[in-house]
Design a protein around this ligand. Structure first.
Ligand code: NBG
Length: 829
């Protein structure tokens, strides 16, 4: 405990550093440059200046953080949400932290007086790219909203040294290089070496008699690794509340060092030390396809074990009776990656705190809530039992025990239904024995939710059907949402200014206020301003495109954009077929008047996903042919922006006219890009999938372009036996496009390069590109017509933004809290 005198002093120090004047800000930057970076005006690099700026902004955060902590300490009985996620994509910290501390303008002025440009310094910051896509970004939006809503919470994750790879193109092929986001250090982090946690792997379990005379299981791991937490501050908007993101990094344990170095083989010992520190080295770059690698399972257990220990450490700071744990902690599991937290908590309660099974299980079942983010069966994690035996023997025993008791319940509810038992078991028997993580999550949680209405209903009727029948009360829907701060206020300052002028302050934290924009849709002057801003954003994106790809695009053309991970179910290929079709129409009729379009793609493919990588090459090849064809001119341009990430996304959404959300119905759990586009006034062309359906319901049919088979129609077609070849034969434009691909028109005459793609289209087409082609192209023809009517299009654009209030992550998080977490918001002070 720091004594009162020091607290006073610290408080004064705080006050003097965070005055809201340009002079104070300037002084603080120079101070931090000198005392933290050890640099003077003559020696400082750009990076030093950036760091000094970051430290200065951080000082403002610290002040709020201390006040938040004081509030918790004062209350003592605060219940916390612990959000466990293997991925986070928070985006650049500096822009958010400037906005939330109200220092953006101050910083701009102060830096200008010092001779620096704020925007240039912001450029320098590397975003923490600790996630693959929507799931990681959703976690970041939810952290933002939890902080904004004053919900006491800690988000736990892994401090990967290398985040998602950096993507570039060589001859149109994706190249991957490591993302060294920590190369220049991370000025936002606070290492917490005092709170290290030891994590075991391997070894054996034995029965021992404890001092109380009872028999306990004792797990003696073969190896241990230390987890060292670092935290980053997560400010709330419009409140001085400050939450934290706690990320774990692996360190070799001392004991381990001693054992090895003692043997005398220094080099080998050092090698092994490095090997245990490799645990948190790299994020697995797979979206939707768990690779089943040993290191990945280790990562999952590592961060989960550290986090559960940390949660208990925090509990014991003010409480002593473990039975009350659920009154102080609720744990949200972001997909199956952190599900080992369930057996880990059981293990700690029983083996380390001597609890009986029933008492431990009661606590555990009251603490966990599970969010499922997929419908692809292959995306649900399963781990070989053999791997568990060797890495986590005690956890396997606990999982077996949970399973035995659970299956007894199933048997008594459904006597003589062996098939049901086989389906619901936590263990899959054939062809290899595997632990089914989604089943474990469902059994061990009191709440199971999907991320859009359709997704939740399909979870209940398909993926987790047996569970939903047996325990319907657990299932609930929480449609995703996105942060209006990150994806409108920060990313689209021009439009934000216009919106504030129209509807007043406050919409950033109350997105339903955008409803008031509706009346402006019929105001010609407002529409004009709206259009001018979209135009300016498009000019800005055009400059980025030119710089990144060398292609000059026309900002007057329709910006038709598809950005998301590359996956066959998302159907970037369907977009490509549409582009080829338009290309052919112009080639056949060089005078054709069509609505000029710039097709913009952004997508990373998992490095081991060959078809996805081929699709990237395919689109780049189409771009090459189309962009160089003089017959086409400015009527069409195709660009693939490399390295799509949060920073680039913030430039893309504001510049979009048309948002492509064209997954095969029943495959995209929700989508969140769809929300970010519409919020920024893009119209959507979309299938009846994921959250598209809910967006359509809210923006209205006249303001959204739908096409394609519905989920029921998809099932129906598949059950009748889908033959893509028939669609190919019967549609001349489609046939021409596929024949061209197959004849090497887009591969410099090479007929082999895209053969796997052609074969997939013609003989398999799992995601029904060919079945939806006609409907898609027809729909796009309607889009063309609509875009020409500039005034009408602008009206629709305004109405899209105006009606997106529901899709704020604040709404989503409020629902999580009201219906699942039931934590009392606690504003500081
Ligand atoms: C993704 C879904 C998206 C959804 C995000 C966030 C996974 C496993 N799932 O549709 O594909 O928007 O999760 O919920 O990454």
């Amino acid at each position: 405990m720091i004594d009162k005198g020091i607290q006073e002093l610290a408080h004064q120090a705080g006050n003097h550093r965070v005055e809201l004047t340009v002079e104070a800000f300037k002084k603080a930057v120079v101070d931090n440059l000198y005392y933290v970076r050890g640099q003077g005006a003559l020696t400082a690099s750009k990076n030093d200046i950036y760091s000094a700026l970051a430290y200065t902004v951080r000082d403002y955060l610290i002040d709020r953080f201390r006040k938040t902590i004081d509030t918790y300490s004062h209350q003592k009985n605060v219940k916390f949400v612990y959000y466990l996620s293997a991925e986070y994509l928070p985006g650049k910290q500096i822009t958010q932290n400037l906005l939330y501390t109200g220092t953006t303008e101050l910083a701009k002025l102060a830096l200008a007086e010092l001779g620096f440009d704020l925007d240039e310094l912001i450029e320098i910051e590397a975003e923490p790219a600790l996630g693959n896509g929507g799931l990681g970004r959703l976690a970041a939006c939810y952290m933002d909203s939890m902080a904004t809503l004053n919900i006491p919470s800690i988000a736990y994750g892994i401090n990967y040294e290398f985040g998602i790879f950096k993507q570039s193109f060589q001859n149109g092929f994706q190249m991957e290089t490591p993302d060294e986001w920590l190369y220049y250090g991370n000025p936002w982090e606070f290492p917490q070496s005092d709170n290290r946690v030891e994590v075991g792997f391997g070894g054996q379990t034995t029965l021992v008699t404890g001092t109380d005379g009872k028999i306990h299981v004792h797990w003696k791991p073969e190896k241990t690794v230390l987890g060292e937490p670092t935290h980053m501050l997560v400010p709330g908007y419009g409140t001085s509340n400050m939450n934290v993101l706690r990320l774990w990094k692996a360190k070799a344990s001392k004991e381990f060092d001693f054992q090895l170095f003692d043997i005398g083989d220094y080099a080998r010992a050092a090698e092994q030390k490095i090997s245990s520190e490799n645990l948190s080295k790299v994020l697995y770059p797979n979206d939707h396809s768990p690779q089943g690698r040993e290191l990945r399972l280790k990562q999952e257990y590592f961060f989960v074990s550290c986090s559960i220990h940390d949660i208990l450490r925090r509990f014991f700071a003010f409480q002593d009776n473990l039975e009350n744990l659920p009154d102080y902690a609720v744990i949200q599991l972001n997909d199956t990656h952190p599900v080992l937290a369930i057996p880990e908590l059981m293990r700690i309660l029983m083996d380390e705190h001597g609890m009986e099974w029933d008492a431990a299980w009661k606590i555990t079942r009251n603490m966990f809530a599970y969010t499922c983010h997929t419908l692809l069966p292959e995306a649900l994690e399963k781990w070989p039992v053999s791997l568990f035996e060797y890495l986590l023997p005690r956890h396997l025993e606990i999982i077996y025990d949970i399973n035995a008791r659970f299956l007894d319940e199933v048997k008594s509810r459904y006597p003589n239904d062996l098939d049901r038992i086989i389906r619901m078991s936590l263990i899959e028997e054939n062809p290899e024995r595997m632990v089914r993580m989604a089943n474990l999550a469902t059994v061990g949680s009191f709440s199971v939710n999907g991320v859009a209405e359709l997704h939740t209903s399909l979870l209940q009727s398909l993926v987790l059907k047996d569970f939903s029948i047996m325990m319907p009360e657990k299932f609930n829907n929480k449609t995703n949402g996105v942060s209006p701060r990150r994806f409108l206020r920060i990313s689209n300052p021009r439009l934000s200014g216009l919106i504030t002028a129209a509807v007043g302050d406050g919409w950033e934290a109350n997105l339903n206020q955008l409803k008031e924009l509706e009346q402006y849709a019929s105001d010609a002057a407002f529409r004009q301003s709206w259009r001018v801003i979209k135009g300016q954003n498009k000019v800005e994106l055009s400059e980025i495109i030119l710089k990144q790809t060398g292609v000059r695009v026309t900002p007057d053309s329709m910006f038709d954009i598809m950005v998301k991970r590359l996956h066959e179910y998302k159907r970037q290929t369907l977009k490509a077929l549409h582009i080829i079709t338009l290309y052919n129409r112009i080639k056949n009729n060089p005078d054709l008047q069509i609505t000029p379009r710039t097709f913009i793609f952004g997508a990373k493919a998992a490095p081991g996903y060959h078809m996805a990588k081929m699709i990237i090459k395919f689109i780049n090849s189409i771009a090459e042919v189309v962009n160089q064809d003089l017959d086409i001119g400015d009527r069409m341009k195709v660009v693939f922006l490399p390295n799509f990430n949060v920073t680039l996304a913030e430039k893309i959404y504001p510049a979009a006219n048309l948002s492509e959300q064209i997954s095969m119905a029943g495959k995209e759990a929700s989508g969140t890009g769809n929300m970010k586009f519409a919020l920024n006034g893009a119209l959507t062309v979309g299938t009846l999938d994921g959250a598209n359906i809910e967006i359509l319901e809210r923006v209205g049919e006249g303001n959204f372009f739908t096409f394609g088979l519905s989920v029921d129609e998809v099932f129906d077609l598949k059950s009748r036996g889908y033959k893509p070849y028939v669609y190919y034969e019967n549609q001349p434009e489609l046939k021409l496009a596929i024949d061209q691909i197959s004849n090497g028109v887009f591969s410099g005459g090479d007929k082999n390069l895209f053969k796997p793609l052609v074969d997939t289209f013609l003989y398999q087409d799992l995601f029904l590109n060919l079945a939806d082609y006609a409907s898609y192209v027809h729909c796009q023809d309607q889009v063309d017509k609509a875009f020409v009517d500039v005034e009408e299009w602008t009206k629709k654009s305004i109405l899209n933004s105006a009606r997106m209030g529901f899709f704020s992550s604040d709404r989503a998080v409020r629902q999580y809290n009201d219906e699942i977490w039931k934590v009392k918001p606690l504003p500081p002070g």
